[in-house]
Design a protein around this ligand. Structure first.
Ligand code: PLP
Length: 402
């Protein structure tokens, strides 16, 4: 399953950027193709993933959760124990290493909650690269500790005061910076979004999650899992887990989006949720469109503006979704559902108390779906849930809600 033509996944994806960016994308695409095939590059990345990130991350059998739910055997893929506490470091290190190879000493990145900014700042500190992170003013106020972390790691955090002063505005500014400084700068994008080659490249850097999980479950159980579950913001941790299993038709996959306050409330980020048939005017609807250089589903207002989304977890609070997800959904290979904020908080509590693992609010969306499905599946079946990150960053939010 490769993109048919230049970064296209079916009708999704592509390169929708100003003319001035085309040479930079072409340069990046070529450099990535060469690096991907270069054993030295792959060996260097593997070495860092092992000795710095702590890979392979464990695949843990969740015995008490399994017994409690009384159905399928549940395994947890533990990205929460990766250095910096989430999967984002896998991609940040891969791209930072590539930038260095390309002779680009300066990195720009965008961040919403700050997780990708921290991942990028960490990779830049490790590899001796200059790092500038664009962050919306609203997000900076909401995520003070992560702003300080990035600064401590030597990054410059630039406040973005335009638009809604959140993630999508930060992405706009990062792209603007890249266009202006493309000679010495690489744009380190944080999910399977943006123009080609980003969705493919980020997926490749995250596919280590699924490659490990596949080998680990085969070693533990002797056969493949029946179901994989992961949360979907931009879509990188889910694509990272799913990719190695795509050819295995017997392995079902579910992506879990942010249901926020419920679909009917209009306060959510569930791009794939079926439209509600109420007579009240829908506040937003997912329609095909172009955002940040790629064609995919985008939550829009009735007059076609990018909608303001909502989720209790900042990492899932984005109006669009990676183009490969849109395609694999059309193909029927992956199905999508959502968990509400309330279900997510209940999942945080249950996993914490039964397994001693406090998940990130994003990851808890996947756990919420596992809680719904596990009792309906036979006891001799297997499920793998991706714990994309740890919950330390979310303690304030959890304290105010629990
Ligand atoms: C950023 C983030 C996500 C959402 O991003 P994806 O690209 O969909 O993976 C999920 N979990 C955690 C812990 C995150 O930091």
């Amino acid at each position: 399953m490769m993109p048919q033509t230049k970064g296209k996944f079916g009708t999704y994806g592509g390169q929708f950027v100003p003319e001035t960016l085309m040479p930079a994308l072409a340069e990046l695409e070529t450099a990535y193709e060469i690096a991907k095939a270069d054993q030295n590059f792959q060996a260097e990345l593997s070495h860092l993933l092992k000795t710095y990130v702590g890979r392979p991350t464990p695949l843990s059998f969740a015995k008490r959760l399994t017994n409690h739910l009384g159905g399928t055997k549940i395994y947890l893929k533990r990205e929460d124990v990766a250095h910096t506490g989430a999967h984002k470091i896998n991609n940040a290190l891969g791209q930072a290493l590539l930038a260095k190879r390309m002779g680009k000493p300066r990195i720009v990145a965008e961040t919403g909650a700050g997780q990708h900014g921290v991942g990028s700042a960490t990779a830049c500190a490790l590899l001796g690269l200059q790092c500038v992170v664009y962050m919306g003013e609203v997000d900076m106020a909401r995520q003070r500790p992560n702003v300080f972390r990035m600064q401590l790691l030597g990054a410059e955090v630039r406040a973005v005061g335009s638009g809604s002063r959140t993630l999508k505005d930060a992405i706009n500014e990062a792209i603007r910076d890249w266009v202006t400084n493309v000679r010495d700068t690489h744009y380190l994008l944080g999910s399977v979004l943006g123009p080609h080659p980003y969705p493919t490249m980020v997926r490749d850097f995250q596919s280590v999650i699924g490659l490990e999980a596949r080998a680990q479950i085969l070693e533990a159980e002797g056969h493949l899992p029946d179901l994989l579950i992961a949360c979907v913001g931009g879509g990188s941790n889910s694509m990272g887990l799913f990719h190695a299993f795509l050819p295995d038709q017997a392995v079902a996959m579910v992506g879990v989006e942010a249901g926020g306050c419920g679909i009917e409330s209009g306060k959510h980020a569930a791009r794939f949720a079926p439209p509600i048939s109420s007579n009240s005017r829908p506040m937003m609807e997912a329609r095909l469109g172009v955002l940040h250089g790629t064609k995919s589903y985008i939550l829009q207002t009735p007059d076609g503006q990018i909608a303001e989304t909502h989720s209790i977890s900042a990492g899932l609070d984005y109006p669009s979704v990676g183009p490969e997800h849109a395609w694999l959904r059309d193909e029927g290979r992956i199905s999508y559902t959502y968990a509400t904020d309330t279900e997510t908080l209940a999942a945080v509590k249950l996993l914490s108390q039964l397994e001693g693992i406090i998940p990130a609010l994003e990851s808890a969306h996947a756990v919420a779906e596992a809680i719904k499905r596990a009792p309906t599946m036979p006891r001799d079946s297997l499920m793998v849930v991706n714990i994309s990150g740890r919950g330390d960053k979310d303690l304030d939010t959890m304290i105010s809600h629990l």
